[in-house]
Design a protein around this ligand. Structure first.
Ligand SMILES: N[C@@H](CCC[C@H](N)C(=O)O)C(=O)O
Length: 314
């Protein structure tokens, strides 16, 4: 089956993005396509697969996101900016409430965060802190800046869902080997967190935060939008950054601007960042086996790639 796609990224979190509004495949077939296209050893590569999907009475369009291991996530906020941009291009809208797997989120076109950088603001939430929503099997009303019995780490964690699950530890300096070891442990789906979880180590910066994430179903990524949103909310909950303050959240792939509202002000998180389209291409993928053909690039969007590189280098 031939798929046209756009290779895109939000803050270095990169994905093939397919307009799937008129494509009918079942979940297992999409999972196979996701594994084939996101395979870093394969012809395209990415942190997962994004689908622009049909809307319903309340939403002009939707998004589905499959991690590179083929699992489907509840959301992907870096991916949502890219999918929203495509949705806006095909519908002519500039703002929309977008249907997600189990929830929805708002997106709108934003002022460019840097010259030549297509930018989108998303607003997601409300953030949930009860362990049942996070999928954490602990005997506590919530986990906020505390050690978690059964986790192979002495660090203090905050657990949140937006609505995908996140475990966040504030650290002096990010130790990648420690993050990967903990992320790998969670990927095995232990009794403490059977549905697995995204794990982030977060350091305070003068202008905000630096977030490094081991993503569920992916591994270490250059950035994770929902982790940056969850980290901003966790910084508010733990008194490290005032709720309502706009901060810069840095990551390995670049940065976004973020603001978390306090729980009694709605508990939503806004993120403004890039939605960069790198190239347009097409490829054959067998949805049963994942076998791929050579892919063909139809159009490289060098200007957009260069505009983002200037931000990432700064
Ligand atoms: N990269 C994403 C999150 C993707 C899903 C995540 N790995 C999960 O399984 O929850 C983002 O930008 O939010």
């Amino acid at each position: 089956m031939r798929f046209a796609f756009i290779k895109c990224h939000g803050s270095g979190n990169d994905f093939p993005l397919i307009d799937a509004r008129a494509i009918s495949l079942d979940d297992a077939q999409w999972a196979t396509v996701a594994r084939a296209l996101a395979d870093r050893e394969g012809p395209v590569g990415g942190d997962g697969l994004l689908l622009l999907t049909a809307g319903d009475d309340a939403h002009p369009f939707g998004m589905r996101m499959f991690n590179s291991d083929g699992s489907e996530a509840e959301t992907c906020l870096n991916g949502l900016r890219c999918t929203a941009r495509l949705g806006f291009e095909v519908t002519g809208l500039d703002a929309a409430q977008i249907r997600l797997k189990t929830s929805d989120a708002h997106a709108e076109r934003a002022e460019e965060i840097a010259p030549g950088v297509e930018s989108i603001t998303t607003r997601a939430g409300p953030v949930a802190t009860d362990p049942a929503s996070v999928g954490l099997k602990v005997d506590a009303e919530r986990v906020v800046d505390m050690t978690v019995e059964g986790l192979p780490s002495e660090r203090r964690f905050t657990a949140l869902a937006i609505p995908n699950p996140h475990l966040i530890a504030f650290v002096e300096a990010v130790d990648e080997a420690e993050l990967v070891a903990l992320g790998d442990w969670c990927e095995a789906g232990p009794a403490l967190v059977p549905g697995r979880i995204n794990v982030s180590f977060v350091a305070l910066r003068d202008d905000g935060l630096f977030v490094r994430t081991y993503e569920r179903g992916v591994g270490l990524t250059d950035s994770c939008g929902s982790a940056m949103a969850a980290s901003t909310f966790a910084a508010g909950l733990t008194g490290r950054v005032a709720f309502g303050r706009e901060i810069t959240v840095h990551n390995r792939g670049g940065l976004v601007r973020a603001r978390a509202d306090a729980p009694d002000a709605g508990g939503m998180v806004s993120i403004t960042g890039n939605a960069t389209f790198l190239y347009d291409a097409s490829i054959d993928v067998d949805p049963a086996t994942g076998a791929t053909s050579e892919f063909v690039q139809h159009n490289r969007r060098e200007d957009e790639a260069d505009a983002w590189d200037a931000v990432a280098r700064s």
